[in-house]
Design a protein around this ligand. Sequence first.
Ligand code: FNR
Length: 382
Amino acid sequence: MILANIDDYRELARRRLPHFLFEYIDGGAFSETTLRSNANDLQKILLRQRVLRDVSEVSTATTLFGQKLAMPIGLAPVGIAGLNARRGEVQAAQAAEAAGVPFCLSTVSACSIDEVRAGVNNPVWFQLYMIRDRGFLREMLARAKAAGTNTLLFTVDMPVPATRYRDMRSGLSYGTMFQRKLTRSLQVLRRPQWAWDVGICGRPHSLGNIAPVLGENAGIDEFWAWLGKNFDPTVTWADIDRIRTEWDGHFIIKGILDPDDAKQAANIGANGIIVSNHGGRQLDGASSSIRALPKIADAVGDDVTLLMDSGIRSGLDVVRALALGAKAVMIGRPWVYALAARQKTGASEILQLFANEMRVAMALSGCTKISDINRDMIESID
Ligand code: FNR
């Protein structure tokens, strides 16, 4: 199969993965309106075509939170992404490092922060949810710190998990039928690596960062049940403020869609904000991230570093987001599809693809470096 763009990697992932796992990655909340508008609204943004400027040298290099990046893209935290290839998060982190971009490990990863750290040369970013057990939350922070992490993403758009019909239909709802579904899929596919990786073979280390609270013999069902019980809906700005003061690295709030919330994030001293609706997986009917981005950029100005995610599917989309005020974007599904399709090679290929697409989009809109990209490049946004 020829893999020309992200749609092809998605299709290959669909063919390779057990049905419930593909649906988990691909799906969104309720009727998936926001999921669709994330990508559709990006496509509606028209850029000005500019000509006759020397574009023989185009550089996508940039600096983010003091870190030099080959391009303004990061791999977003994706829960249990490690199931998509053996020790999947390690492979993806290696691909990100080779491409010169950051990888962010989810709280609920399949591989632990220590395992991922051992597989790369430089520390990775870490994402945290507010966990009811604050003692364990602090333990996780300490582990991330010990692994050299200096950029923490605190995700705030999931005080409760949203309803995802596709996960209900596939059998993957919190605490239900997971193992039975998985086992059946494995029988169909005869791909034992998934059984090995998710702990069906009794490998507690496969349960990632939360393995310490699950006990020796836990499997994926205990993992899923723990998730259902431990997201903390009582979380408020005061909690976030406390965590921020305890964390001495870069502190990024992920999941902001409203300008007033963005101002509050700036007020408590966050270094960055990720304008995000969790890839359309939480409040269905919420604005697409790209529509929210310019309003938030206007609200907070240069007070915080703005990142954006949800719906980015090409290097052209990256340029659109940068033109509307983001310093960088994160990609979620694209790297996971690529990992599922062709393991680490796929993740590397997709980053290369995005870099090439960015360079072409920049050249055809008359930009040769990231600092050339600004709102003047926008023709219209509807
Ligand atoms: C996510 N996302 C996410 N975010 C987070 O902070 N912690 C997490 O554990 C997860 N888990 C997760 C699982 C899956 C399957 C997906 C698709 C997404 C959200 C993720 O970080 C990011 O915000 C979105 O994926 C961005 O949208 P796109 O690029 O997938 O459209």
